[in-house]
Write a protein that binds this ligand. Structure first.
Ligand SMILES: Cc1cc2nc3c(=O)[nH]c(=O)nc-3n(C[C@H](O)[C@H](O)[C@H](O)COP(=O)(O)OP(=O)(O)OC[C@H]3O[C@@H](n4cnc5c(N)ncnc54)[C@H](O)[C@@H]3O)c2cc1C
Length: 393
C-alpha cells in the first residue's frame, strides 16, 4: 500500500467532482493526497444552463462545500500546462505547480464557436452561468421589443434551449436552425411528441439549413438566405481543451485523450481520462459526451485507481446507454429509452411523468456527490455493454 501518493484531478465538472469524492472514499485508508483543480469555485450544472438562459435563478453550489469532509484539497485556477516528464501540472501560467503520481484528466468540453465566421463574435453560448446569464439579459431586452432569437443547432442542447426560451418568453419569435432533423436519434413516438411541443410553443423550424455566417442582426444560411435575429444562441457542436495535445499525450483528431479499455492514456498510463475529454471505445462504438456516460467513467476510474494502488487487477470498463432525457420547457419533456448503443428502444415517456423523470436526472449528480461522501453510490451497472440498471440517476 502507498501512503505518499499524489493524485491530481483536473476539472471539477460532473465527472471530476464525482471522481474526486469517490476516490477519497475508496482510498481513505491509503493516506493518498487528492487535489481537485478548477477555474471557478462554483460547481456548474451544465444540464441546467438553458434554464439560466430562460431567466431562471438556480441554486449556487460551491465546490469547497461539496468537498467538505472528504479530505480532497481544492485549488482554484486553470491548468495551463502538463509536464508529463516531471509529472507536474502548471496552474494559471505558473501561479501554482502541482506534482502528481496519478493524474485524472476531466476537463470536459465547451461550445465550438470556431466553425463558422462570426459565431465567436455575435453568438451566445451556454458554456457557463455567466455566458448563459448574459444571453438571458439580452433575451429579456429582445422579448420586450417583440424581437427574434435564433438557436443554431438541432441537437438536444438546441432543442432544450429553444423550448425553454419559447415557453418563458411567449412574445419572442424563436427559430431553430438545424442541418439534421431535430431528435433524429429518437424513436417515432418520442420525436413526434417533441415536434408537437415545438409547434405548440410557436418555434419555427428550419431543417436542412446550414449556417455559414453569424452577423450582428442575422444568421446567413448556405444559399444566401438571411434569418433576422436579434440574439443568436450557438449549440452546433463542442470542442475540448488543447492541454492534452500540447502536453504530448496521445489524442484523437478532435483532441480527446485516447484511452485503453481501463480508461488510461495509451501514451501515459499514469493519466486516466474521463467524461467528455476522453475518446472511449465500447464494443458497440465510441461513447459520445453526456453526463449519463461521464459519471460511470468517473466511478470506474476512482475504483480502478484504488485497486491499482492496492496492487489489485482492474477489469475492463463497460458502459451502455439507457435513456435520452429531454426537457421541453418546464411543463413538458420526453424520455426516449435506448439500447446500449443509444439507438431507441421501444419505450418512451412524455408529459408530466417525463418532467418528473428529467428533473430527477438533472438533480441526481449533486445528490450522488452528497451521498458519495458516506456511501458508495452506483451510477451504472453494466454487463457486456448493456445498461441493466441505473441507480440514483
Ligand atoms: C445545455 C446542456 C444540456 C445538457 N443536457 C444533458 C443531459 O440532459 N444529459 C446528459 O447526460 N448530458 C447533458 N449534457 C452534456 C453534459 O453536460 C456533459 O456531457 C458533461 O458536462 C460532461 O462532464 P465532464 O465532467 O466531462 O465535463 P464538464 O462538466 O464540462 O466539466 C469540465 C470542468 O473542467 C473545467 N476546466 C476546463 N478547463 C480547465 C482547465 N484548463 N483547468 C482546470 N479546469 C478546467 C471546467 O471549468 C469544468 O468545470 C448537456 C450539456 C449542455 C451544455
Amino acid at each position: 500500500m502507498r501512503s505518499d501518493h499524489r493524485i491530481v484531478v483536473l476539472g471539477a465538472g460532473y465527472t471530476g467532482m464525482f471522481g474526486a469524492i469517490r476516490l477519497a472514499r475508496r482510498t481513505r485508508r491509503l493516506g493518498v493526497r487528492i487535489t481537485l483543480v478548477n477555474p471557478s469555485s462554483r460547481f456548474v450544472e451544465r444540464l441546467r444552463m438553458h434554464q439560466i438562459a430562460a431567466g431562471q435563478r438556480l441554486a449556487e453550489h460551491r465546490i469547497p462545500d461539496l468537498l467538505a469532509g472528504t479530505g480532497v484539497g481544492f485549488v482554484q485556477g486553470a491548468a495551463t500546462a502538463i509536464d508529463t516528464r516531471a509529472r507536474r501540472v502548471v496552474v494559471d501560467g505558473g501561479a501554482a505547480s502541482l506534482r502528481y503520481d496519478t493524474l485524472v484528466y476531466a476537463l470536459g468540453s465547451s461550445t465550438d464557436t470556431g466553425t463558422v465566421p462570426g459565431a465567436d463574435l455575435h453568438a451566445f453560448t451556454l458554456d457557463s452561468p455567466r455566458s448563459a446569464g448574459r444571453f438571458a439579459a439580452r433575451l429579456a431586452e429582445v422579448a420586450e421589443a417583440g424581437g427574434a432569437v435564433t438557436v443554431c443547432g438541432g441537437g438536444l442542447t438546441g432543442i432544450e434551449a429553444a423550448t425553454e426560451i419559447a415557453e418563458s418568453h411567449p412574445g419572442l419569435r424563436v427559430t431553430l436552425v438545424s442541418l439534421e432533423e431535430p431528435a433524429a436519434m429518437m424513436g417515432g413516438k418520442a420525436r413526434a411528441h417533441l415536434l408537437r411541443a415545438m409547434e405548440r410553443l410557436g418555434i419555427t423550424l428550419k431543417v436542412g439549413a446550414r449556417v455559414v455566417k453569424v452577423l450582428p442582426d442575422a444568421v446567413e444560411l448556405e444559399g444566401g438566405e438571411l434569418v433576422h435575429s436579434d440574439a443568436c444562441l450557438w449549440t452546433t457542436g463542442v470542442k475540448v481543451p488543447p492541454l492534452a495535445a500540447e502536453a504530448g499525450i496521445a489524442v484523437d483528431g478532435r483532441g480527446l485523450v485516447v484511452v485503453d479499455e481501463t480508461l488510461r492514456s495509451v501514451s501515459h498510463p499514469e493519466i486516466h481520462a474521463i467524461g467528455d475529454a476522453a475518446a472511449i471505445r465500447m464494443p458497440w462504438g465510441f461513447i459520445h459526451g453526456t453526463c449519463q456516460s461521464g459519471l460511470p467513467t468517473a466511478q470506474y476510474t476512482a475504483d480502478a485507481i484504488a485497486r491499482l494502488l492496492r496492487g489489485k487487477p482492474v477489469k475492463t470498463f463497460r458502459f451502455g446507454y439507457f435513456h435520452q432525457p429531454v426537457s421541453l420547457g418546464r411543463r413538458d419533456a420526453v424520455i426516449q429509452f435506448t439500447h446500449a448503443d443509444d439507438t431507441p428502444a421501444r419505450g418512451c415517456l412524455t408529459g408530466r411523468a417525463a418532467v418528473a423523470y428529467k428533473e430527477l436526472v438533472s438533480g441526481s449528480p449533486l445528490l450522488t456527490y452528497r451521498l458519495s461522501r458516506r456511501v458508495n453510490v452506483t451510477t451504472i451497472v453494466s454487463k457486456r455493454g448493456h445498461a441493466l440498471h441505473q441507480a440514483a440517476l
